[in-house]
Each structure stands twice: as structure tokens, then as C-alpha cells.
Design a binder for this molecule. Structure first.
Ligand code: SAM
Length: 184
């Protein structure tokens, strides 16, 4: 998470059906950025989602990286660090979150968080250090990613400061207050 000396958190989106998954893949990227991940890797047919996430980062700040990969399974297999796969079939997040935090923050190893689109191949379940369910009910990659990141960072991500933003939103009780950030 930026602003802290913590090891990298990277989100990997497995699978993307052009057209149908456009918003979901974009929202995986936006959620990863907003809730403290450092980077999102998208499948190479998700160029449109990459553009949107990069554009939001330009306007609302970073640091955050968005990249395409032509080998998402290679990323999982070759990951030098901790791999968490979010799946409704996994262990309960509340039972494993502390062990995951230790494996990531105490060892300084980078964390890869894998979310799927359609059916995820069984190899990923085997490669993962933890298969984690945010409830064992079917819902969405965006929702599970949001809850998992908040559990991982224990709420600290809500205090993130954003650098090099063009726009800043000021929280208000009613209405919308957005200001351009002037260059100093
Ligand atoms: N039935 C699919 C399967 O076998 O993997 C699940 C597809 S689901 C629409 C898309 C993604 O949402 C999953 O790959 C998983 O990452 C995430 N997801 C859905 N429900 C979840 C849950 N309860 N806990 C964690 N992740 C979940």
C-alpha cells in the first residue's frame, strides 16, 4: 500500500470475456487501486479496461500500475511470494486472514491476489497458498476483492493519500465538491 513501507500487493484478474466482462474487469482494477493494492494485472484482451483504469489513475492519483499479461497462469506459477485465490469454495476469510497477514507483512513477501471471471482451472487452487472465501456464497470478484483488501489492511487503506492527482474530491454531507489540484 502506498504511503507505507509495506511489501507489494498485486491483483491478478483471470479470464475476460470481451463485451460481457468489460465493467467487471474495470471494476476489479478500480477497486484494487482505491483499496490499497499497488498493481493490477489484466488479461491481454482487456485493453479497454486497462485504458479506463489508467485514465482514472491519471485523474485521481496514484501510485498505481495497471498492466496486461499474455500469461496469467504463468504469473501464478512463477510468483515469488504469497498467492491468495479468492473463491467461494475456499477457507473462511475470518479464519485465515491473520496467517495471511503474517506471511505477507512479517516476511516482506509480495502478495498476489487472484480473482476469476468464469470457471477457474483447478491448477490455480493447487498453486495458491490460500484459497479464501468471503462467505461461501456465490457473489462477485469485485465484492470479494473489496472485503479481502479491507481485512488485509485492517482499514488502513481508507487513510491513503493520493499523489499526482489532477482532481481531488472533498467529502461533503450533501452535493459534490471536486477541485482541480494546482501544480506547485
Ligand atoms: N463458479 C465460478 C468458479 O467456479 O470459480 C465462480 C465465478 S464468480 C462469478 C467470479 C469470481 O468471483 C470467482 O472466480 C471468485 O474470484 C469471486 N468470488 C465469487 N464468490 C466469491 C466468494 N464467496 N468468496 C470469494 N471470492 C468469490
Amino acid at each position: 500500500m502506498h504511503g507505507h513501507d509495506s511489501p507489494a500487493v498485486v491483483v491478478l484478474r483471470l479470464g475476460h470475456r470481451p463485451g460481457r466482462d468489460e465493467r467487471m474487469t474495470t471494476h476489479v482494477g478500480l477497486t484494487a487501486r482505491a483499496l490499497g493494492a499497488d498493481r493490477v494485472l489484466l488479461p491481454d484482451n482487456a485493453g479497454q479496461s486497462l485504458e479506463t483504469v489508467a485514465d482514472i489513475t491519471d485523474r485521481f492519483g496514484g501510485p498505481f500500475e495497471v498492466e496486461l499479461t499474455d500469461s496469467p497462469y504463468g504469473v501464478v506459477r512463477g510468483w515469488d511470494g504469497v498467492v491468495v485465490h479468492l473463491t467461494m469454495y475456499g477457507e473462511r476469510v475470518q479464519d485465515v486472514e491473520a496467517d495471511i497477514r503474517s506471511a505477507h507483512f512479517e516476511t516482506g513477501k509480495p502478495l498476489l491476489i487472484v480473482v476469476g471471471a468464469e470457471k477457474v482451472p483447478f491448477d490455480v487452487y493447487e498453486e495458491a497458498d490460500w484459497n479464501v472465501g468471503v462467505t461461501n456464497q456465490p457473489h462477485s470478484e469485485v465484492a470479494s476483492l473489496a472485503v479481502f483488501l479491507d481485512r488485509l489492511f485492517e482499514g488502513r487503506e481508507l487513510e491513503c493519500e493520493w499523489e499526482d492527482a489532477e482532481k481531488r474530491v472533498f467529502p461533503t454531507e450533501t452535493g459534490k465538491r471536486v477541485e482541480s489540484v494546482s501544480e506547485e
